[in-house]
Design a protein around this ligand. Structure first.
Ligand SMILES: [Cu+2]
Length: 173
């Protein structure tokens, strides 16, 4: 009976890979090294805002936001953050709360988290985007350098109200 699984392989089975296939693998390797190099360079030269974090729960984070709003509230949903104080921003379907007023030239830590699903607060025109995840508070350290009103919108599809999910950051002199 010929050709069972226990037969020795035919002659020449151990032959080396043909040159064109070897070349193909070298090209792949070169591409991979090139991309790793590009990524490392981008990482090393990127100007990123430092991010801090702590574990939380939706309830605990909502509580913090409520205390923060109570302390510094200046309008129905607006808070003026004194320089040196941390700001809190709550993301939920489908709003950011509260609106923040910051002072130009002051460094702030803005703590943000979500109480339901993942959201992605982004500041329009500022190339700043944050991932807000329930159970996880992150604090971005930023110093506003331009006065004006900046729209905050959600960059992560989060349900039927996603496109209306907005907030506001006002930077004053
Ligand atoms: Cu959202």
């Amino acid at each position: 009976m010929a050709g069972t699984a226990f037969d020795p392989p035919g002659a020449g089975w151990e032959r080396r890979m043909p040159p064109d296939k070897r070349l193909f693998l070298w090209v792949l390797l070169a591409q991979a090294l090139f991309l790793i190099g590009v990524s490392a360079t981008m990482l090393a030269s990127a100007h990123t805002n430092p991010v801090k974090q702590f574990q939380t729960t939706p309830e605990a984070f909502s509580q913090r936001v409520a205390e923060f709003v109570d302390k510094y509230q200046v309008g129905p949903r607006t808070v003026r953050v004194p320089p040196g104080e941390d700001a809190y921003l709550l993301a939920r379907m489908w709003s950011f709360y509260p609106d923040l007023i910051l002072k130009k030239g002051q460094a702030y830590t803005i703590w943000y988290s979500s109480v339901d699903v993942t959201h992605n607060p982004q500041i329009a025109g500022q190339r700043l985007s944050f991932q807000a995840v329930p159970g996880h508070a992150q604090g971005v350290v930023l110093t506003p350098t331009t006065t004006g009103t900046f729209l905050l919108y959600c960059g992560e599809y989060c349900g039927v109200g996603h496109q209306a999910m907005m907030g506001k950051i006002v930077v004053e002199d």
